[in-house]
Write a protein that binds this ligand. Structure first.
Ligand code: UDP
Ligand code: MG
Length: 318
């Protein structure tokens, strides 16, 4: 098997067949064998029925990993990579925002350039609002300053890897999977290919601003412990200020007999320091909470069923 396409699907009933047709059309002149691995990530619409139709009638190799509930795209990617048999593996969305033709370009590039191990599609121009763009820009700035791994602004999950990279990624069995970080963490030689993102074919994006925010915080907590040091720095700074202020008050009292008036100052300081303490405890809590979940060592996903029509055809012959 030369190529595996990993396609996470969550409520994509109107897209999966169109996606499958687009892949067939893009690959019709290619002689190599490929498989499409659909991950049904606990869809609440008819995605699974549509996928089963494809599975029953398509001439292509199709696998379906049917999750017991919605585990998130990152878990979907993990399940797809685990079931992939191809020498090259591509991750691609089901909503046709990423044209399958690019996958062919990626595979050709890797075949012609043995020194590269993966091709990463990045959006040269982001098609989104200024505010969201600014937030994403800030996120990349913060995480690149504080983390050891490099994150490229605009790089998507739309990637093609050689098999050895996949093996390395699968060795990272953490529950909280921030894929972009994991892909960078394993290293290897990545080639960044510009691509133009299409409009979503049908349905709506699953990413709200709030979800993106949580995703960004998750990424930072997963890949840097720098925020934990904020509490230490703030603590040192405030101790120093308190000491200087203490000396000032003492001098005022002893030499100038000024009784400390500061009701407002005291209230302000209590609130300020209380706020900073709670913020610091919250930060520690973020890390501790994640450690707690990781220690439980629960599986990243639970698959109700895994269908593989290659196996099915063989079974019929026997
Ligand atoms: N997806 C998923 N599980 C989720 C959310 C999304 O498998 O919990 C899939 C979704 O079906 C799509 C891909 O991840 O194939 C990207 O999602 P979406 O198009 O909503 O994200 P966007 O393109 O807006 O970033
Ligand atoms: Mg999309």
């Amino acid at each position: 098997m030369k190529l595996s396409l990993v396609v996470p699907c969550y409520n994509e009933e109107y897209n999966v067949k169109d996606f499958h047709n687009a892949v067939e059309k893009a690959f019709e002149n290619e002689k190599f064998k490929y498989e499409i691995i659909f991950i049904n990530d606990g869809s609440t619409d008819n995605t699974m029925r549509e996928l089963k139709d494809l599975y029953d009638y398509s001439k292509q190799n199709i696998k379906i990993v049917n999750f017991s509930r919605n585990f998130g795209k990152e878990a979907g990617i993990y399940a797809g990579l685990k079931n992939a048999e191809g020498d090259f593996v591509s991750i691609i969305d089901a909503d046709l925002q990423q044209r399958p033709e690019y996958v062919l370009e990626m595979v050709k590039f890797l075949e012609e350039n043995q020194e590269y191990d993966s091709v990463v599609a990045y959006q040269a121009e982001r098609k989104e609002g200024k505010f969201l763009s600014f937030c994403k820009h800030s996120f990349y700035k913060i995480i690149n300053r504080t983390s050891d791994v490099e994150f490229v602004n605009g790089a998507s999950d739309f990637r093609t890897f050689r098999k050895n990279v996949i093996e390395s990624i699968l060795e990272l069995g953490e529950y909280y999977r921030f894929s972009k970080g994991l892909f960078s963490w394993v290293g290897y030689n990545n080639y960044y290919m510009p691509y133009e993102v299409e409009e979503r074919a049908k349905g709506t994006s699953k990413w709200s601003f709030w979800k993106l925010w949580k995703y960004a915080i998750g990424g930072i907590v997963s890949f840097t412990t720098a925020p934990l040091k904020i509490a230490t720095f703030l603590g040192c700074g405030f101790s120093l200020c308190a000491f200087v202020y203490f000396i000032v008050v003492l001098i005022q009292k002893i030499f100038f007999s000024i009784a400390v008036p500061g009701y407002a100052t005291i209230v302000m300081l209590i609130l300020l320091i209380g706020g900073i303490q709670l913020f610091s405890i919250g930060l520690i809590g973020e890390y501790l909470g994640r450690t707690y979940v990781e220690v439980k060592n629960r599986p990243i996903y639970i698959a109700k069923e895994v269908l593989n029509n290659k196996g099915k055809k063989n079974a019929k012959k026997n």
